[in-house]
Design a protein around this ligand. Sequence first.
Ligand code: BG6
Length: 303
Amino acid sequence: MPVEDQNDRVVVSHPTKKDVKVTILKYGATVISWEANGAEQLWLSSAAKLDGSKAVRGGIPLVFPVFGKQKNPDHPTFKLPQHGFARTSTWEFLGQTTENPVAVQFGLGPENVEPATLSLWGEGKYDFSLILTITLGEDFLESQIEVENTGKDDFEFNWLFHTYYRTPDITDTLVTNLVDQSCYDQLIAEEYKEKSPVISFHEEFDRIYKNVPTDLLIQMVQFGKVLHNVERKNLPDAVVWNPWIKKSQGMGDFEPKEGYKNMLCIEPGHVSEMVKLSPRKKWQGAQKAFLGGEINIQSNIFQ
Ligand code: BG6
């Protein structure tokens, strides 16, 4: 069976390549494993809670309706917890939609969110429907989200796919095609243009690259070999994050403590500005992660 509904999770296998698999936990509709090309492609903490008691540390947690903590006290998302409630609610498994590539869908509406948490967003007045489609190909994993406003009031939201990729060694890992992009550095609370032709990692890193044209492919590269390609649809921003030593030591669910050496989050989203959605309107965004291929330098790195 290419799609197995196993109580708390759904396991999807590629119809012809049996070693290509994705596992989605219903809690948060969090992808917790993507096996392809004979290896695990995502990083998952060995101390991640998979029992619904805490957002999953690793895989692909979903961020909605607010990214981080809302700073504007007058905004309806102000009282919500960090990164909202999509990653801490149990989604409904809606079934399989296509066979090859194989796709499955999950849904989330107000009825699936804990009432106390829901009431923190605009006093609970919003009505919404989220449909997540996960598509597994031989060498790719696509995550697509559709947000529909099914209520009577306009609402504003952020969306983000908080994807934790595996890497053999973060100190040898480079990220391409973000040079010259505007970024907000969350560690120093400053905005500037990225000047590094390729990004390398030697310390804690937490930057929001803003309005990055979606024809720019973000690549994770090691020793001239492409580990991951990240394509975005209608998701203008990309957060790049590694907690490094001190921050990961402070996270109880981050294990092993050396794990920061083997992960990098590249998180396509709509976070520097919120999406405004009127009643009966829909919005969609997607990320497609695929393996291998050539290094594709699309920006002038020799300036
Ligand atoms: C990233 C943010 O997206 O998520 C970081 O840019 C944050 O600032 C990180 O630390 C992890 O957040 P959390 O809530 O999962 O610990």
